[in-house]
Write a protein that binds this ligand. Structure first.
Ligand code: SF4
Length: 337
């Protein structure tokens, strides 16, 4: 039996940051020996929240591909492609939209939360006031996943409702057209580190609190200097409590400086360590931890054909599978080819 297949993707709204890496990409790299991974660059999904598009989208698609490769995705094991290069996703999305009851979308808590985060609806407002593109993005996501008949999707807890919707759509399609065309993909819940941004909030470009995988050592040092710490530890002589008071620098130490974490916590609590020194140490550990990704990025930038080659190969494979699935779908639905 072949490897099980996984589909996952990222929206190219920006170069990838440490939150993207720790929250997803690192996990894909770890899974690529065990699973057949389809790593999509979800450019159509960008339009669900930025319907006028973003001016440098093509450059960002390239940067995200470089980040995928530099982080360790191997194009020999893993299919890297851009969503809009495989137009069949749009056709399947259209066909799925015909069989998806609107209440399934309106009830989706993740869409509601996203609409609220984007300021598109008020706290208690109904979700019906947003564009279909955003309301229906879980349907496009279902098409993204099911067109490759993926067995699983690696997700965090907050994405589970989307996968459930994908499973419902697959079930409904199979039932209506009396054929098991689509498998019901599992949510592959994986424990991943959630990294806060420099200010302790969720890491995001719009918050200006990100560390990019492409940041230079000096960028990293400068950014870490600005990082928030335990708010009650103002002077070195103030005892801190980094775990309880959620010091973002400490959260980073726990990932990038595991051997010294215990000592740092003890010294911080006993007021033997100041935040300036602690962050300096963190910056050096982080510079070191990201060195392999930075080096690989430099190598890829010198050999840009590596990016073209990875995308060319990935798109070819993705298209072939997507076309086969659509032929099957058109057959069972009695549609023209
Ligand atoms: S000493 Fe380190 S762990 Fe303690 S509050 Fe300052 S930055 Fe955080």
């Amino acid at each position: 039996m072949g490897k099980k297949r996984i589909l996952s993707g990222m929206r190219p709204t920006d170069k990838l940051h440490l939150g993207n890496y720790e929250g997803a990409l690192k996990n894909w790299v770890a899974l690529q020996d065990e699973y057949e991974i389809f790593a999509m660059i979800a450019d159509w999904h960008v339009l669900t929240t930025e319907h006028l598009g973003i001016p440098n989208l093509n450059d960002l698609i390239r940067e995200v591909t470089i980040d995928y490769l530099a982080a360790g995705l191997d194009p020999k094991k893993c299919t890297i492609f851009v969503q809009s290069d495989v137009k069949e996703h749009a056709e399947l999305h259209l066909l799925f939209s015909m069989i998806t009851p609107t209440p399934w979308l309106i009830r989706n808590p993740t869409v509601k939360e996203q609409a609220r985060d984007l300021g598109l609806i008020e706290k208690d407002e109904e979700i019906t006031s947003i564009n279909y593109g955003l309301l229906g993005y879980p349907v496009l996501q279902a098409a993204d996943i099911l067109i490759y008949k993926a067995d699983a999707v690696p997700v965090g807890e907050d994405q589970v409702p989307h996968i459930e919707l994908t499973r419902q759509i697959a079930r409904r399609f199979n039932y209506l057209y009396r054929k098991e065309v689509f498998p019901e993909p599992e949510a592959l819940l994986t424990k991943v580190a959630r990294l806060p941004g420099l200010d302790g909030k969720k890491m995001s470009k719009s918050q200006g609190n990100v560390i990019y995988l492409s940041d230079s050592p000096n960028d990293i040092r400068e950014k870490i200097k600005t990082m928030f710490t335990d708010p009650l530890k103002v002077y070195r002589t103030d005892p801190g409590d980094p775990e309880v008071r959620g010091c973002p620098a400490f959260a980073y130490h726990k990932i990038y400086n595991t051997s010294e974490t215990e000592q740092i916590e003890a010294d911080c609590k006993q007021a033997k360590l100041g935040c300036v020194d602690c962050k300096q140490l963190l910056a050096e550990r982080l510079v070191e931890a990201l060195r392999p990704i930075r080096d690989k990025r430099t190598e890829i930038k010198r050999e840009p054909w590596l990016v073209d080659e990875a995308l060319r190969k990935g798109t070819k494979k993705a298209k072939k599978i997507a076309r086969d699935t659509m032929n099957e779908v058109r057959d069972v639905m009695g549609l023209r080819h």
